[in-house]
Ligand binder design. Structure first.
Ligand SMILES: Nc1ncnc2c1ncn2[C@@H]1O[C@H](COP(=O)(O)OP(=O)(O)OP(=O)(O)O)[C@@H](O)[C@H]1O
Ligand SMILES: [Mg+2]
Ligand SMILES: [Zn+2]
Length: 305
């Protein structure tokens, strides 16, 4: 086990300038104060697994409870990071319910490189991705058990021609089952993002997710609350449908950073259903803006660690 220290994300010179100018922006447009508050894990233990050659960071997007928006947000974060010029890969590890091809609107069948025997990932919206959904006939179910799932995840990691990537994002299935255990125990994850909705039931499952990553010594980037509120277009009233404030207090209790909340946004759902990620086709809608900002927080924290 190796212990690493995550430094506050400001250099000494930035710090001195910040004192004078109040706000200094990093290259993603975040202020020093913002980065300091998001990336506030000062000491974390981390596994010592060998990284995959050419891949700088690998981020898992996880939740204890199903249906909280992991796939939608993974795909949109990936496309948002691709849009700001990063090399991004997205791995759909939901073998039983692969949704990424639908959200990205691409169902091309991957081919094998005859020279290397490796699978070529599909390219869409400026990112590379792979999914079990691309390897199956549409609508046919997967009926594998644990060892086969683990084998497929390892194939996605080591037998896909990812090339050089700044970040490989893994969209996880819900909970703490076989896929999650394979990934957290053997993939070179550099960080995990945990997603929740504000309801008490979803938050109860956050604890289990946090514990899983802690046991596997995967650093936790923080907690994100999705579907936090709904603004009515007719009267501009903002309603916290599932309650307000609990995610932040759960994050504090579990000693992980609370990164941001993302509102319920009909456009996010419509775009996902139409295979056009909202950050690409509706970038100024409230949900897209929240996700674009989250993508910047994620990459800034990873680059500063
Ligand atoms: N902020 C949001 N506003 C509106 N709709 C959303 C939002 N986030 C997600 N959705 C919608 O909620 C549904 C569930 O989202 P998604 O499939 O991404 O969840 P998931 O956590 O990946 O689910 P699973 O656990 O089954 O993999 C989808 O229809 C998606 O479009
Ligand atoms: Mg999903
Ligand atoms: Zn109203």
């Amino acid at each position: 086990m190796r212990t690493i220290t995550i430094f506050l994300s400001i250099t000494l010179s930035q710090y001195l300038v910040a004192g004078i100018k109040e706000k200094t922006y990093n290259r993603y447009g975040l202020t020093c104060n913002e980065i300091e508050s998001y990336c506030n894990v000062t000491q974390i233990s981390t596994h010592d697994r060998k990284p995959i050659f050419g891949i700088r960071d690998m981020l898992a997007i996880s939740s204890g409870k199903g249906g909280v928006g992991k796939s939608t947000i993974s795909a949109n974060i990936a496309v948002a990071l691709g849009n700001i010029g990063l090399k991004v890969g997205l791995m759909d590890t939901d073998i039983y319910g692969p949704n990424i091809p639908g959200i990205l609107g691409s169902h091309d069948r991957p081919v094998t490189n005859p020279d290397t025997g490796q699978i070529k990932p599909i390219e869409a919206h400026n990112i590379k991705f792979i999914s079990m959904g691309l390897l199956l006939e549409e609508g046919s179910p997967v009926i594998w058990r644990g060892p086969m799932l683990a084998k497929m995840i390892n194939q996605f990691l080591s037998n896909v021609e990812w090339g050089e990537l700044d970040i490989l994002i893994a969209d996880l299935p819900p909970g703490t089952g076989d896929v999650q255990l394979t990934l957290t125990q053997s993939a070179p994850l550099t960080s995990a993002l945990i997603l929740t909705t504000p309801s008490a039931i979803a938050l109860e499952d956050v604890r289990r997710g946090v514990e899983m990553f802690r046991q596997a010594e995967v650093p936790i980037l923080g907690l994100v609350e999705n579907m936090s509120s709904f603004r009515c277009d007719a009267c501009n009233h903002n309603e916290y449908l599932f309650g307000h404030g609990q995610s932040k207090s759960t994050a504090e209790e579990l000693e992980i950073p609370f990164l941001c909340d993302i509102p319920i946004d009909i456009k996010l759902r419509e775009c996902a259903d139409n295979g056009q990620p909202a950050v690409f086709s509706q970038p100024t809608t409230a949900g897209s803006e929240a996700i674009i900002n989250l993508a910047k927080i994620v990459i800034a924290c990873l680059e500063e660690k």
